[in-house]
Design a protein around this ligand. Sequence first.
Ligand SMILES: [Zn+2]
Length: 134
Amino acid sequence: MAAKHMTYKEFTKQEATLVLTCDCGWEGKSDESYMDVQSKIVDLICPKCGKIVLILDIKIDPPLFGFSNLGTSYKDDAEKLINQFSSLDDPINGALHFCDELIWEYTHIDPNKREVKYWESTKKALEKIRNDNK
Ligand SMILES: [Zn+2]
């Protein structure tokens, strides 16, 4: 059985009730699986046998998905985020909007997840950068 695909948005909508199944007989919720975040996709991996059970299409450049950078400087991450939006007239607002979307999505999954705190801190760093530039 090939792994299922879905977009990140589809996933967040049904994550609460989604039951993942694997060829090895494992069944469980997404937070019981292992997440492997890559540049354009996230693999959800069976905790029993290690097979990929679901592939999420995130289409976000790797620097924006900074889970591995948790605990490093949020200001650096905020600046990376601004660079990603440098083609916009107002890159800081673009980055803030993007941050808000991610905070909303993660709050939807679990308000206590560390990703929410990460993006909230990045948002604060972005707001500080915006005020410093005034
Ligand atoms: Zn399995």
